[in-house]
Design a protein around this ligand. Structure first.
Ligand code: G3H
Length: 478
C-alpha cells in the first residue's frame, strides 16, 4: 500500500510484514489523513538486535564525531522545518506558527545537546584514597561516564518532534542507541524528523523508529529485555510502564495540574496575560499548562474580568490559519473535557463563557467559583478549559496545590519576592515560576515533576547524565 508511511530500521525505510496500518485522524477534519505501519513484535525484536549491535561501535566513536553528526542533523532538521511543521498541523492540529517553532526549537536543542555533551562527557574525576579514614594514598580512582546501551524513547502527541529529540539527542551524544516509538498522532512528523537524522548519516541501526498499535507493541517494547533505559513523556501509561519495566533507569514526565497562585499585590495585567497564555496556548494541551488559578478573593473579580477580556480576543478555528485555539487531538479527548465541564455545571460553577463545541473544537472556557468537590478542581482537562478557585489565604492556595497527586510546576504572581520565595519553598512541585506561567523551556533548564508527575529530571544536562552511568578504574599502588 503506497500511501502507508514506512517505519525506519537498520538504516532503511521498511514495510511491516503485518500488512496492517494505523490510521492517523486529522483532528480538524476528523478524517484519516495519514497511515503508518503496524509493526509486529518480530520486527521490534529485529530493531532491538540492531540497536544493540550499532550501539557497541557508536560508543567507541570519538565524542567530537558524535557531536559533529548531531550538529549536522540539527541543521538538516531546521532546513526541513516546513514539511515537518505541515505534518504537525495535520496530525495534531498545532497552530501553523507554533508547529514551525517546535521544529526550530528542536534543531536548537540538538545542537545545544552536542555542545553540552562534549563538555559533560569530556570530563571525568580523579580521586585519591587517603581522604577516607584508615586509608593511605595507595589508590587512585579514575571516573568516566559510559553509555547505558539502548534507550527507548516514547514522546507524547503534543510535541512529537521536540519531545522526541529531547530524548534522542542526549542519548546519542552519550553513546547510546535509540529506539523511538512515536505517538500515533504525530507519528508522521516524527518519521520526517528521523529522516533528517538519516540524511545526516548516522550509522545503520543506531536510530530506529517503530510505529504501531500500543496494544500490539507497547508493553512488548517497554518490557523488552534489550532495553537499557526508558525515557517517556505522556499520561497515565507512564505509571503502568514504571510498574512493568525491568531494572532500567526511567525518565518520566506524566502530566500535571499546574496551579497559578495570584496574591493581592500581584500585577493583575501580567497575571491575566500569563494565565491566558499558560491556560489556552495549544488549546491547553501542554503538561505545563496553567490548569487551575487560585486567586485571592479580594482581587478575583478584577482578575477574572481581565482574563475574560483576553479570552474574548482569542481566535478559534483550524490550525492552518494560526487560530489560537484549535481542535483538541481526538474525539475521546474532547469527550473527556466535556465530561469535566458538565460535572462543573451540575455542581454550580460560574460559566464565564458559553460552552461551545463543534467536533473536536472546544471554545475557550473560564469556570469561576470552582470548588474542591468538582472534578475539574483536580483532574487535568488537557483542553481549553480553565477553573478559577477563589481563596482567602495563601495557605489555602498552597494547600490546594499540594493536595494534588501531581507536582509538575506551579506559579505565583506577587510583587513581594520574599513571599514568592516562601511560597515556592512550600509548593510541592518540581519547579515554581515567579511572575510567569509554567513552561519547560529554555530546554537546558532542569525539568522535573514530583509525585505522579514523574521520575527523574530532564533538561539537556540532566538528560545526558541520566543516560550514562559512572565507570571507575582504580589504580592500586604497591
Ligand atoms: O507537554 C509537556 C511539555 O513538556 C511542555 O513543554 O512547557 O514547552 O510547552 P512546554
Amino acid at each position: 500500500d503506497g500511501d502507508v508511511f514506512k517505519y525506519y530500521a537498520q538504516g532503511h525505510w521498511n514495510k511491516s510484514s503485518s500488512g496492517k496500518f494505523v490510521p492517523i485522524i486529522n483532528p480538524t477534519t476528523r478524517k484519516t489523513h495519514f497511515k503508518v505501519q503496524a509493526c509486529t513484535q518480530k520486527e521490534v525484536n529485529r530493531v532491538m538486535e540492531s540497536a544493540k549491535t550499532a550501539q557497541k561501535s557508536w560508543a567507541k566513536t570519538p565524542l567530537w564525531k558524535r557531536a559533529e553528526l548531531l550538529h549536522k542533523a540539527a541543521a538538516i532538521l531546521k532546513e526541513h522545518k516546513a514539511p515537518i511543521a505541515e505534518c504537525l498541523v495535520k496530525e495534531i492540529a498545532k497552530p501553523a506558527k507554533d508547529a514551525v517553532t517546535e521544529v526550530i526549537r528542536s534543531g536548537d536543542l540538538v545542537s545545544y545537546c552536542a555542545e553540552e555533551g562534549v563538555r559533560i562527557l569530556g570530563e571525568g574525576k580523579f580521586l585519591v584514597s587517603d581522604s577516607f579514614p584508615g586509608n593511605e594514598r595507595t589508590k587512585y580512582c579514575l571516573t568516566s561516564k559510559i553509555p547505558l546501551g539502548v534507550v527507548l524513547a516514547i514522546p507524547p502527541f503534543n510535541y512529537p518532534v521536540n519531545l522526541a529529540v529531547s530524548k534522542i539527542a542526549p542519548a546519542l551524544i552519550a553513546g547510546n542507541s535509540i529506539v523511538l516509538k512515536p505517538p500515533t498522532q504525530g507519528a508522521v512528523a516524527a518519521l520526517h524528523m528521523v529522516h533528517c537524522f538519516h540524511l545526516a548519516g548516522f550509522p545503520e541501526g543506531l536510530i530506529s523508529c517503530v510505529t504501531g498499535k500500543g496494544s500490539e507493541i507497547g508493553d512488548f517494547l517497554t518490557m523488552h529485555p534489550g532495553v537499557n533505559c526508558i525515557s517517556f513523556t505522556g499520561g497515565d501509561t507512564g505509571i503502568a510502564i514504571s510498574k512493568k519495566a525491568g531494572m532500567v533507569p526511567l525518565q518520566m514526565e506524566l502530566g500535571g495540574k499546574d496551579a497559578c497562585i495570584v496574591l493581592e499585590d500581584a500585577d493583575l495585567d501580567l497575571a491575566a496575560a500569563n494565565i491566558v497564555k499558560g491556560g489556552f496556548s495549544y488549546s491547553g494541551q501542554r503538561c505545563t499548562a496553567v490548569k487551575v488559578a487560585l486567586v485571592m478573593e479580594s482581587v478575583a473579580n478584577t482578575l477574572v474580568k481581565k482574563i475574560n477580556d483576553k479570552i474574548a480576543k482569542l481566535t478559534v478555528g483550524p490550525p492552518e490559519i494560526d487560530s489560537d485555539v484549535t481542535p483538541v487531538v481526538t474525539e475521546s479527548s474532547a469527550n473527556f473535557i466535556e465530561g469535566l465541564v458538565m460535572d462543573a455545571k451540575e455542581k454550580g460553577a460560574t460559566f464565564c463563557q458559553e460552552y461551545v463545541r463543534e467536533g473536536n473544537l472546544i471554545w475557550p472556557l473560564l469556570l469561576d467559583n470552582v470548588r474542591p468537590d468538582m472534578r475539574i478542581a483536580w483532574e487535568e482537562p488537557f483542553g481549553p478549559v480553565l477553573p478559577v478557585i477563589r481563596i482567602n489565604s495563601v495557605e489555602e492556595g498552597i494547600h490546594h496545590c499540594n493536595a494534588s497527586n501531581f507536582g509538575l510546576q506551579g506559579c505565583v504572581f506577587t510583587r513581594d519576592i520574599n513571599k514568592a520565595m516562601l511560597i515556592s519553598d512550600a509548593m510541592e512541585t518540581g519547579t515554581v515560576q515567579i511572575n510567569s506561567a509554567p513552561a519547560r523551556g529554555p530546554d537546558h533548564f532542569p525539568f522535573q515533576g514530583l509525585k505522579d508527575s514523574g521520575i527523574g529530571s530532564q533538561g539537556i544536562a540532566n538528560s545526558i547524565n541520566m543516560m550514562t552511568k559512572v565507570k571507575t578504574t582504580i589504580i592500586n599502588l604497591p
